[in-house]
Every structure is written in C-alpha cells, then in structure tokens.
Design a binder for this molecule. Structure first.
Ligand SMILES: Nc1ncnc2c1ncn2[C@@H]1O[C@H](COP(=O)(O)OP(=O)(O)OP(=O)(O)O)[C@@H](O)[C@H]1O
Ligand SMILES: [Mg+2]
Length: 453
C-alpha cells in the first residue's frame, strides 16, 4: 500500500512542525496548511487523513470539517482540541470527525490514533473495492447480443438503472435472462454499493416467505425466539429481486402492494411501521395478465408492478445472437475449465440457429458447457451438439416451433428456397423437397411464383 498522506491544519507553525516531523519519521507523507480554506485547496492532491485544529471551532474549524467531508466522505479527520466538551464532541462527530486529540498532546498518542484511523479507512476502501469488483461482472455489457431485440433491451435496462426508484417487472420465458437483467439493473444503478437481495416466492411456504421478506418480532410465531429483520430491511438502500412473483400467495400480494405504495411495512407480529428505501424488481415466467384475468393475481398489484415492464425475448426470436452468445460462453468456460477452444465451426452455428431453444439462453449455455467438456478439438462442431442435431432417422420430423407456423407461408418459402438453390431447375428443386416435377409445377402455379432464372 502506498504511504498514506496526512494533512496537518493549524495556524500555529510550531504545532505544524512538531507533528510534521514526527509523522514524517513514521513514514507518512505530510502536507501542511495554516487555515481551513488553505486545507481545502490541498485535498485534490489525495489526502487520507486530516489533523484539524479545533481549539476554537468558531474560528472556521466547523466549516473546514464540513468542507473536507463534502469533498470526500472517506477522508478521516482527527480534531486537535484544547478540551473536548460534550457539545463540541457531539457536533464534531455528527459532522463525521473520527476522533479527538486534546492539546497539549502526547505525540505517541497522536501517532497511535493516526495508525488506527488509517487502518479503518484502508478496510473501508477495501470493502468498497471488493464490492465494485463483485459488481463489475454485471455491467450492461454482460447482456450479450447484437440483435435489435437485445440492443433495445440494453437500452431500456440502462434507462431504468438511471431511475433508481422505479419498480420493474421482468417477464419472459425460463432461461431468457431475468435474473441476469435484475442484477445488471442493480449494479448499474446508484444503488450498486448497497445490497442486492433476492427471494423466490415459490420456494417457501407462505408464513416463512412473509417473515423472510418483512421480518418478524420475537414471539410472532412458535419458532420466532428472537426478532429478525427481513430482506426489505437488510436491503435498505439497495434492491430486492422478487422472483416468480406470480406464485406469491394472495395475502402477501396485498402486503407487498401496501409496501410499494407506502414504502413502509410492519414486521410479522409487529406494530411499528418500518420505512425503507428499496427498489423492487419482480420477475415471472408466467403470463401474469392471464393470472389477473383468472383472479389468481391481484390486478392492483399487477398495475403497480407493471409501471416499467421489461419483456425478455425468447432466444428463437433472435437467432442472430447465437454465434455471439456461443463465443461468450466459450470464453467463460475456457477460463473455468482451463481449455483453449477457439470458437465454433459454421456448421455448428447453422444447426444451433435452426434449433427451437425451449430452454432459451440457459439451454444454450448448458449445451456449450457440455460440448466444451467433451471436445478434444479446438473448434466446436455440429456433432458436439447432439441434442440439437436431429438424428438421421428423424430427418422426416420437422419440429414444430412452440409458436406454431403459418403452413402455407412455410410451404411457399421452402419452395422458393429449393428453386433458388436449384437455380430454377424444377426437377432438382423437387428432389430437395421429396416432390416430383409435376408437384413442383403445380405449387409454382398455386403460389403464382416467378421462377428464379
Ligand atoms: N443476453 C444474455 N447474455 C449473456 N448471458 C445470458 C443472456 N441471457 C441469459 N443469459 C445467461 O443464461 C442463463 C439463464 O439466465 P437467467 O437465470 O437470468 O434466466 P431466467 O429468465 O431468470 O430464467 P428462469 O425463469 O428459469 O428463472 C444465465 O447463466 C444467464 O447469465
Ligand atoms: Mg430466474
């Protein structure tokens, strides 16, 4: 760690000199200032700790202390006072001073105080650094894809991150990235340094879910031997991700709605209103609108959650992103498995892009993981994805996509493709489709096609 920089602020040159000499000999870099304003000018140099003359607080000590804290909360301030009266002590502590050294002071004590104070900042900075390192994997770029659908998704996620109070509802099929997007929203928002907590509504029985979320008072129920804060309290200042909100029991839906409207709630068995500042991101892979219509989900809660709906597209609707996603996962598993796979062959991309992906990106990720574990080659090939490559004998089964097809359009499109590939040769086009020349000619007329030359 670089040597810490200490700024000594005192109008008495003798005091400055003795402190500077002693702290310098302890290995600290020492700067000096003879007044509060002069001290503030030095802060941009990078000061870790300030020893501030506070013998006469009215002489500008309070203003200087405020200024230092406004510049950087992390700069520690130790006040040099004649005697610490309770009032000045309380005032200074409220303003963020770390400690007092009462003059005439013992230099050894000052050094010990400085050492201890700097250890606190170092730890605080380390924690902050760790938090932001942990957050980095969830930058906006973590949402991979260049298609219009994913670009639009990143755009709205960026906008939502900038409005840190609004409630968000994420919808989309399983494996489309709802958990991922929730984390990206949190870690790209002002709340990033505060907790991100998630809870899955379907994973717990109702009473446990309620106490998990809202906390409980001692004796609220048989097992409640001690009072306990809930997720909402623990996440104060941050984000709570309510997964599978469509499965939330009706009584809890009502309590959640009240919280969203009033920003306050009562613990289970409690009477006091607890206020917290938490952004709620809810997610579901159910069709909540249908649940509302069937009275399985409160409509008022739905409208409250649906202020900012974000719909995650199924993978089959943006197959263009498959190569990018595959490369992204290959990189990730190269690191994890200590492999050096370079990429995938075009044949692999073409079978992957033709597949229906009922499990969406999660399924793709799992298949790439499996392929990487098993392959000996430096490029993944179509045969490394046996789940996707239809076996030979199944050639005749055309997998109906989940969303169905428009049969006539499909027929027309297949015919056009076959004719294009055969450069208009009707017999060869027929061979591609298992039809004879007459059957091809009949369809050309049926669809009124201009045969490609
Ligand atoms: N656009 C994307 N870019 C990169 N990774 C993605 C993307 N979408 C999803 N993933 C990855 O796919 C996996 C599944 O995503 P996630 O768990 O967020 O899905 P989900 O929508 O929450 O699914 P479920 O409804 O089953 O809970 C995760 O590993 C996630 O990181
Ligand atoms: Mg999920």
């Amino acid at each position: 760690m670089p040597r810490a920089t200490i700024l000594v602020v005192d109008d008495d040159p003798l005091i400055r000199l003795s402190l500077a000499e002693r702290l310098g000999s302890e290995g600290y870099t020492v700067l000096e200032a003879d007044s509060g304003p002069a001290a503030l000018e030095q802060l941009p140099v990078g000061v870790d700790l300030v020893l501030l003359d506070y013998r006469d607080p009215d002489a500008g000590g309070v203003t200087a202390l405020r200024g230092i804290k406004a510049f950087d909360q992390d700069v520690l301030v130790i006040l040099l006072t004649v005697s610490a009266s309770v009032e000045t002590a309380v005032e200074a502590m409220t303003l963020g001073a770390y400690h007092f050294a009462v003059t005439p002071f013992n230099l050894d004590e000052v050094v010990a105080l400085v050492d201890r104070a700097l250890e606190t900042t170092r730890l605080r900075r380390e924690v902050r650094q760790l938090r932001s390192d942990a957050a980095r994997p969830y930058s906006l770029q973590r949402i991979v894809g260049a298609s219009a659908a994913i670009a639009a998704l990143r755009h709205i996620v960026a906008r939502v991150s900038r409005s840190p109070a609004s409630t968000v509802l994420l919808t989309g099929e399983s494996g489309t990235g709802k958990n991922l997007v929730a984390k990206v929203i949190h870690y790209s928002s002002d709340r990033a340094a505060r907790p991100f907590m998630d809870i899955t509504s379907s994973a717990l029985p109702e009473h446990l879910l309620e106490s998990e979320l809202f906390g409980h008072e001692r004796g609220a129920f048989t097992d409640a031997r001690i009072e306990q804060r809930g997720l909402l309290e623990n996440a104060d200042g941050g984000t709570v991700f309510l997964d599978e909100v469509g499965d939330m029991p009706p009584a809890l839906q009502a309590k959640l709605l009240r919280f969203l409207e009033e920003k306050s709630f009562k613990r289970v068995g409690g009477t006091a209103d607890i206020h917290v500042d938490v952004r709620v991101i809810a997610a579901t892979n159910r069709n909540v609108e249908e649940d509302v219509a069937r009275h399985q989900f409160r409509s008022d809660l739905f409208y409250r959650l649906n202020v900012l709906p974000i719909e995650l597209p199924p993978l089959r609707s943006h197959p263009d992103d498959i190569p990018l996603l595959v490369e992204y996962f290959i990189d990730a598993f190269n690191a994890e498995f200590r492999k050096a796979v370079l990429g995938a062959r075009p044949a692999a991309y073409s079978v992957l892009q033709g597949y229906g992906w009922p499990g969406n990106v999660r399924e793709l990720r799992n298949l790439v993981e499996r392929a990487m574990l098993l392959t000996d080659s430096d490029r993944l090939d179509a045969r490394d994805f046996p789940a996707v490559v239809a076996p030979e004998e199944d050639r005749d089964t055309f997998l109906l996509p989940a969303g169905g097809v428009k049969f006539e359009e499909l027929e027309r499109s297949l015919l056009m493709q076959a004719l294009t590939r055969s450069r208009g040769n009707q017999t060869r086009a027929g061979a591609l489709l298992g039809l004879n020349r007459d059957q091809i000619r009949y369809r050309i007329e049926k669809f009124g096609l201009a045969v490609p030359a």
